[in-house]
Design a protein around this ligand. Structure first.
Ligand code: DSN
Length: 420
C-alpha cells in the first residue's frame, strides 16, 4: 500500500473524527432553524464522500483536458439530464463551486467592469453578490439597489421599474436570502424586457420549493437562473446555473475556463442523487410541508408578541423583529443556541441597528421538515422561543428548554447523520 495506510478516520485522525462525531451530535440534539441549512440524505453524503473526489476533469463531458473520464462524463451528464427534466431547463451547468461563484459566472458571461447591474439590497433581504457595496459585485460594477416598501416590507415593483427605466441595467437580479414572500418572476420579466436587461433569478433559497411545486418557477421566465444545491434542494454544498439554450455557451465558458478550474466531481454526483430524490413524489410533500410548517410557526410567534415581518410567510422562512420582546436579535439568537434552537440573527427592513447586532432573527423550516417534524412541533418551537425570550439571562431556564428540545429531537431521527 505504498507509504500510506488505509486506516479508518477514527484511527488515522482521531481529533477530526471526534469533531465530526460532535457535529453529528449537535445536528441531532438541536432544532436547526437556519433558513439556508438542511440535512442531506445518506445517499447524497455517500456520493459526496466518494472516490470521485480524486479525479480532475477540467472542461465538459467529451471535451476534457485530462484523460480517464469514462465515469466522470457519465456522472456529469446524468446530473445535467436529471436537472433538465426536474426544472424543465434548456441548459444546465453543474460545475459552480457554490452560489456566489455561480453568480460571479453570470457577471463574467454578460458584463464588463463598470456596467450597471440591479439587485435587491442586502438589508432588504437580497444577497451580497447582487451588487452589495462590500462585494466584488458592488465594486466592479455600477450597482443600483432596490428595496422593500416601508409600509408592508414587500418588494416594491414600482420602485424596481422606476430604477430600471432610469439606470437601464445590463442585468436585473431577482432573488433573496431573507424575504418571506413569493417572488413575482413574470413582473420582473416585464421590467427587464422594457429596459432591455437580462433577467437573472437567484433561486438558491427556494430551489427545493420550486421543483417541489411550492413556489412558482423562474426557469423559462428568467434568461438565467442560479442556485445553490444544499438549501431546500437538500443536496451537497454546490452550485448550478440554468439558462436558455441561447446563453449556454456564454455560461459554460464563464464557469470554465473563465472562473474555475476542475469541477468537484464528488459534489456533481451528490447533486445528481439529490435531483433523483427530488423527482420522487414524496419530495412534493416535503416542499409543501416546509411551507405549512413555516406558516404555522410564523403565526404562533405573532400570537406571542414577536414582530413577524410582513405578518407571515409564503415560503420556507420568516423574519422576526424581536425588539418588542426587549432583546436584540443577537441576544435572542445566542440564548436560543444555549436552549438547543439554532438560528441566525438578521437585520429587518429599515433596521435602526447595525448588522452585527440587529433587531431580528431569521427562522427557516427546511431542516426540521426533513426530520419529519410537523406543525405540532412548530407550536412547541414557538412556545420554547417565548420562554427563552421571557428570561434569556437565566441559565436554568435555557437548560430546561434544552432538555425538552433534546427529548423531542430524539423522536425525529435526522437524515444523513451518524449518531452513536
Ligand atoms: N449565507 C447564505 C444564507 O444563509 O442565506 C446565503 O449565501
Amino acid at each position: 500500500m505504498g507509504p500510506f495506510t488505509d486506516k479508518p478516520l477514527a484511527e488515522s485522525d482521531p481529533q477530526i473524527a471526534r469533531l465530526i462525531a460532535g457535529e453529528n451530535r449537535l445536528e441531532h440534539d438541536k432544532i436547526r432553524l437556519i433558513a439556508s441549512e438542511n440535512y442531506a440524505s445518506r445517499a447524497v453524503m455517500e456520493a459526496t464522500g466518494s472516490v470521485l473526489a480524486n479525479k480532475y476533469s477540467e472542461g465538459y463531458a467529451h471535451k476534457r483536458y485530462y484523460e480517464g473520464q469514462q465515469v466522470i462524463d457519465e456522472v456529469e451528464e446524468l446530473a445535467i439530464s436529471r436537472l433538465k427534466a426536474l426544472f424543465g431547463a434548456e441548459h444546465v451547468n453543474v460545475q459552480p463551486y457554490s452560489g456566489s461563484p455561480a453568480n460571479l459566472a453570470v457577471y463574467f458571461a454578460f458584463c464588463a467592469p463598470g456596467d450597471t447591474i440591479m439587485g435587491l439590497a442586502l438589508p432588504a433581504g437580497g444577497h451580497l453578490t447582487h451588487g452589495h457595496s462590500v462585494s466584488i459585485t458592488g465594486k466592479y460594477f455600477k450597482s443600483v439597489q432596490y428595496g422593500v416598501r416601508k409600509t408592508d416590507h414587500r418588494i416594491d415593483l414600482d420602485e424596481v421599474r422606476d430604477l430600471a427605466r432610469q439606470h437601464r441595467p445590463k442585468l436585473l437580479w431577482c432573488g433573496t436570502t431573507a424575504y418571506p414572500r413569493t417572488l413575482d418572476f413574470p413582473a420582473f420579466r416585464a421590467i427587464a424586457d422594457e429596459v432591455g436587461a437580462l433577467l437573472v433569478a437567484d433561486m438558491a433559497h427556494i430551489a427545493g420549493l420550486v421543483c417541489g411545486g411550492a413556489h412558482p418557477s423562474p426557469v423559462g421566465i428568467a434568461d438565467v437562473v442560479t442556485s445553490t444545491t444544499h438549501k431546500t434542494f437538500r443536496g451537497p454544498r454546490g452550485g448550478m446555473i440554468f439558462c436558455k439554450a441561447a446563453h449556454a455557451s456564454a455560461i459554460d465558458k464563464a464557469v470554465f475556463p473563465g472562473l474555475q478550474g476542475g469541477p468537484h466531481n464528488h459534489v456533481t454526483a451528490g447533486i445528481a442523487v439529490a435531483a433523483c430524490e427530488a423527482a420522487r413524489p414524496e419530495f412534493k410533500a416535503y416542499a409543501r410541508g416546509v411551507v405549512e410548517n413555516a406558516k404555522a410557526l410564523a403565526s404562533a410567534l405573532a400570537e406571542r408578541g414577536f414582530g413577524v415581518v410582513t405578518g407571515g410567510t409564503d415560503n420556507h422562512l420568516m423574519l422576526v423583529d424581536v425588539t418588542s420582546r426587549g432583546l436584540t436579535g443577537k441576544q435572542l439568537a445566542q440564548a436560543l443556541d444555549k436552549a438547543g434552537l439554532v438560528l441566525n440573527y438578521n437585520s429587518v427592513p429599515f433596521d435602526p441597528r447595525k448588522p452585527f447586532d440587529p433587531s431580528g432573527v431569521r427562522i427557516g423550516t427546511p431542516a426540521v421538515t426533513s426530520r419529519g417534524m410537523g406543525t405540532d412541533v412548530m407550536l412547541r418551537i414557538a412556545e420554547w422561543m417565548d420562554r427563552v425570550a421571557k428570561d434569556a439571562g437565566s441559565e436554568d431556564n435555557l437548560a430546561k428548554v434544552a432538555r425538552e428540545v433534546k427529548e423531542v429531537c430524539a423522536k425525529y431521527p435526522a437524515p444523513g447523520l451518524r449518531v452513536e
